[in-house]
Design a protein around this ligand. Structure first.
Ligand code: IPE
Ligand code: IPE
Ligand code: MG
Length: 252
């Protein structure tokens, strides 16, 4: 099923965001503040992931997308990168059975070719196992970059129409890594920074942005509810005027 594009048609809006995308930032600072090594923050961050997944299931969110490792995070010290990889492996080994039991479909998107064979196999097995689950789709963005996503989609789009020189948006979108999901309604970044850091560049065109100083390991059900409440207060106009929205409400 293909989802409609926010720039081509005004989407239907529901009070609970259908799709929440999160930059889970602040693990290192959370640990440093406690005189702990940065890795302790990443470990604690995995617990926050568990809580947020459970809360999304309870609130009826359909898609949750989590930025776990960016294409630029390879620039970090080698020990931190290898620790993050190990953490990813153990999280997959420990959590997938429970996710499957809870009706969660797991997807991992990004340039996975750079991961070692064992991790790639674990990812493929987890995706296969949970493929038919329908309660919540959790997408982990790993070695993901918004520019990588657009470029790989362009490559596939051109390969599918050899010789064509003009393309429309609707021809590109089916090749984006997350074509199976609607565009995010709500974007959350924890940890105080107010930037996109090469996350979903194309898909965030009309997403509501929410920034909080809370470090990711401290982000809990309450914090998620606060973000959803902020989202509910927004007027999503998609280019129209406020008056047009009032008219539409009266008519319905
Ligand atoms: C986010 O926390 C986790 C990853 C990027 C893997 P950080 O590790 O970026 O934490 P800070 O920003 O240094 O506090
Ligand atoms: C963004 O966090 C990537 C993830 C959360 C995985 P960073 O901490 O790497 O972002 P920058 O580099 O500070 O923008
Ligand atoms: Mg950071």
């Amino acid at each position: 099923m293909t989802h409609s594009s926010s720039t081509q048609a005004v989407p239907n809006i529901s009070p609970v965001p259908r799709h929440i995308a999160i930059i889970m930032d602040g693990n290192g600072r959370w640990a440093t503040k406690r005189f702990l090594p940065r890795v302790a923050g990443h470990g604690k961050g995995v617990e926050a992931v568990r809580t947020v997944i459970e809360t999304c299931v309870e609130r009826g969110v359909e898609y949750l997308t989590l930025f776990a490792f960016s294409s630029e995070n390879w620039r970090r010290p080698a020990e931190e990168v290898s620790l993050l990889m190990r953490l990813f492996v153990t999280a997959l080994e420990r959590e997938v059975a429970k996710m499957h039991a809870n009706g969660i479909r797991l997807k991992v998107v990004g340039d996975l070719s750079r991961f070692d064979a064992r991790l790639q196999e674990l990812i493929a097995a987890a995706e296969r196992r949970t493929a038919n689950n329908q309660r919540l789709t959790v997408t982990i963005c790993a070695n993901y970059g918004g520019r990588w996503d657009i470029m790989q989609a362009v490559g596939k789009m051109i390969a599918a129409s050899p010789g064509a020189t003009e393309f429309g948006e609707e021809q590109l979108s089916p090749y984006l890594a997350m074509a199976y999901a609607p565009e995010p309604d709500l974007f959350i970044r924890t940890g105080g920074e107010e930037r996109i850091s090469n996350f979903l560049l194309w898909q965030l065109a009309y997403t509501e942005l929410y920034f909080t100083d809370t470090f990711w390991p401290d982000f809990d059900a309450n914090a998620l509810d606060t973000a959803i409440e902020s989202y509910r207060q927004r007027e999503r106009r998609f280019g129209r005027t406020s008056e047009q929205l009032v008219e539409k409400k009266k008519a319905s």
